[in-house]
Design a binder for this molecule. Sequence first.
Ligand code: HEM
Length: 440
Amino acid sequence: MLSYTLVVILGTIITSVPVVAFPGFPRLKQLMKIDALNPADLNNIGSDAADDSFELIGDLITLSPSNLTQVGRDVKELLMKSGSPESDVAYIDVPALDSTACAQDTCCVWKYIADEMTDLFRGESGRCTRWARMAVRLGFHDAGAWSKATAHRGGGADGSICLTEEYTFQENSGLEDMCLQMRTWYDEWHTKKGFDISMADLIRKQNLLHPVVSSEMGANVATVVCPLGPRVRSFVGRVDSAVPNKSELLPSPFSDALDLIRLFRDKTISPHALVALIGAHTTSQQRLTNVTRAGDPQDSTPGVWDVLYYEETYGSVETPERVFKFPSDVALAKYSVTAKEWVSFLGTAGQGHWNTDYASAYIRLSLLGVNNINQLTECTKALPARTEEYKNPDQENMDEWLKSSQVSLTSEEIADRIELGGIVDINNLLAGSSEREIEL
Ligand code: HEM
């Protein structure tokens, strides 16, 4: 909490102008050679078959079919767009944590960790909390700091974001608390499991409980905890790295669509997949992009994994004043190459399509820089169940708050409450704040 508060305070002090710059992207152009846009992007715009990436990554590029494990075959299929990227496979009976059966099942302990994560990720309203959103963003920022052009230098989903000073880089602002929490979980579960090793050992060894696994499992637990979110197939066993990744490889909210498309293309992520991934902003409440509007959501239902974000960002429905749209999101919504796919997610019929596309794209993202895919273990069964139907119990109050972007003590308190998944009760909050004013 402390570091988060510090970041917000620092952000407020440092920026005499309200908008914090995300400097990474211009430096990126020097870091890697960006080719002209792939011609495929301009043909077959929005077509599912033509506009997806089928490219293999990691060790799957070189392994022959006869050397593939079951997981290797499954992931290969998923990357090539066959097989379902979502799954409801779940434990029926979970072995006791201290049992031999649990010790022999790599996923068993993950079921216990996922349950503990769920408690933090779900608020009393049933919506997901800021912890869940940070976990999804953390998974992206760990894995997404990778590019084909610089792959020989490492990077990707390697846990370095929480193991090194990487989380202090400006592009990763807002993720400090999540890294602290990942370390807390590591300490707790590492101790419980009885591994007596240092952090350095931890970084060298595979298949131990460590932040890299937490960051990608954490993201998938968080996604499914958000009401309506997909249950993304999840794999564990990545290898840690003690080398910080190039955070310049992460996107800026002020980039234009073409730059974003090029940036993600160099991560093997197609424009189509980018449109699906960016929908994670449906849950978001920005704090640092515009510090004068800290807590303002990116759609009218923060904490819910619904398609309203696509509708409001595109402008097909009226959007309340408080909804803050990132320029980069609007750019993708309107750009010729991405607009058709964007529009295909609008309306209730778009939810299923989006969830499948998101799950497929996130599996790819979460495996960038992973060179032992063939040795991973699938632990989807450890995830919590999805919530397929959800209606905000307090949408009327939320709508009142969304009508005005003016900051007041009450509106900040409402933002904080929503961030923690609490139920919005404007009358109680108003009564509370006038009592405090009298005290003052
Ligand atoms: C064009 C690409 C992207 C850009 C420019 C971008 C930018 C941002 C920015 C500026 C914030 C708000 C930070 C703040 O002010 O507090 C944010 C939040 C968030 N982003 Fe992205 N993002 C992108 C892609 C993604 C992807 C691919 C994912 C996940 C798969 C993702 C997940 C999130 C989540 C969950 C939040 C909310 C975090 C919170 O509420 O604490 N973003 N993003």
